[in-house]
Design a binder for this molecule. Structure first.
Ligand code: C5P
Length: 402
């Protein structure tokens, strides 16, 4: 999918630089036309000769190499269709955020206005430092795409968030964007239903129980599925987002409404993605009149009853392989264990697990894709890129009905 795409790989100086070698190989295997730029420190971790042998051209190392004519960083910035920095050290992120231009990567970045991918790698305390957080926020606000870092064992021997994402994950993020994914129609013919947003459970005519779901993940899924050629229905709880174009949107309010809307369509679709944050409970009774507060009266007690688990219901009803079922697990603790448990209990084909801290607001998410084969961490991704990863799994699991 990267056939002929001109990609500049920037390698900065951290232990993870050795993984950049695998990334370079992965990118060239997929047909990318690759060039490499390295910081001086990176050359201490991996020999430039390794990249030269893999890529076929010598890495850019020195901006002031008098033996070359012209301005190397300008030439590279003009040539590249995407700039991928992996690993991106804390130091390099700081340079990029502040517009410094003292090495081939940051100088090229300053002259480059195409997509910039950053795969950070550093000790978890450096990643969590407010200075790094501010630099990353600046870069993200300018449109840079962060891939990772992942959680795991670090060079120091400790565990934490700071590992460079695996080369395959970086490649997937690049492919989702650079390979002109918008024009890719690889989901043509698939009918996909996506649920999104919260459900609101009425207490009385003016009050409800709700949750913080913004609907953005479901919107990203529905939009990307449509852009990739699927026929999409979006069953949406109340959110502040405009209806996407080219998609049938069914507006619902409560979990019971959502269940009815999905049930009446389940036989017409190939896959159902439950991205909605369905309320688990609803008030047992909805007061017909607004509940009033009267001086001296105690606060009312609201009795709750369980809502149906829509996904579980779909899993139980399903006979063959269709519809394919994808659920989300948003947790604050025991993320992977509960995702595995949900995969089984709800008889889903895939559970997308994420921490409550990243799941709801904002345009980014960081998830683990959990299926019968195992767990794949996605690293931190834009919701659209995560949507593509989920849709890739749906595509690969969708088999013609036998
Ligand atoms: O069990 P839990 O609520 O954590 O499961 C989350 C997944 O199940 C999500 O995909 C959500 O859309 C779905 N769900 C559902 N019906 C419910 C609660 C959750 O379909 N009542």
């Amino acid at each position: 999918m990267l056939e002929g795409k001109r990609i500049l790989l920037g390698v900065s100086g951290g232990v993870a630089a050795y993984k950049a070698v695998l990334l370079a190989r992965e990118l060239t295997t997929r047909g990318a036309d690759l060039r490499v730029a390295m910081t001086h420190t990176a050359t201490r971790f991996v020999g430039p000769q390794t990249f030269a042998a893999l890529v076929g051209t010598a890495p850019a190392l020195d901006l002031t190499d008098a033996s070359r004519g012209g301005e190397l960083h300008i030439e590279l910035a003009r040539w590249a269709q995407a700039l991928v920095v992996a690993p991106a050290t804390a130091n390099l992120l700081a340079r990029l955020a502040h517009g410094l231009a003292e090495d081939p990567i940051s100088a090229t970045a300053l002259a480059f206005d195409g997509p910039l991918f950053l795969a950070p790698a550093m000790h978890h305390r450096m990643w969590a430092h407010p200075a790094t957080c501010a630099n990353v926020a600046t870069l993200a606000a300018r449109g840079a795409r962060l891939v990772g870092p992942a959680y795991g064992r670090l060079a120091s021997g400790e565990e934490g968030e700071g590992r460079m994402s695996e080369p395959a994950d970086i490649v997937a993020a690049i492919e989702a964007l650079v390979s002109d994914a918008g024009a890719r129609a690889d989901l043509e013919g698939l009918r996909i239903l996506v649920s999104a947003g919260p459900t609101l459970e009425a207490i009385d005519p003016v009050r409800y129980l709700g949750n913080r779901s913004s609907g953005r993940m479901g919107w990203a899924l529905a939009t990307r599925a449509r852009e990739r050629g699927a026929i999409v229905t979006l069953v949406a709880g109340p959110v502040a987002l405009a209806d996407p174009e080219g998609i049938e949107v069914v507006h619902v309010r409560s979990a019971l409404d959502m269940e009815a809307a999905i049930q009446s369509r389940r036989e017409q679709v190939d896959a159902i993605v439950m991205a909605a944050a369905v309320a688990d409970f609803r008030p047992a009774e909805v007061s017909r009149e607004k509940l009033k507060k009267r001086d001296g009266d105690p606060a009312p007690t609201i009795q709750l009853v369980r809502n149906p688990d829509i996904l579980r219901g779909l899993g139980e009803q399903r006979r063959g392989a269709r519809p394919l079922l994808v659920g989300f697990a948003v947790e604050t603790t025991d993320l992977l264990a509960s995702a595995r448990q949900k995969l089984e209990a709800k008889r889903a084909d895939l559970i997308v697990a994420n921490h409550a801290s990243v799941a709801f607001e904002g345009d980014e998410n960081e998830a683990f894709l959990v299926d019968a084969q195992g767990v794949t961490p996605t690293g931190r991704l834009a919701k659209r890129a995560l949507a593509d990863r989920i849709l890739d799994v749906i595509r690969s699991k969708s088999r013609p009905e036998s």
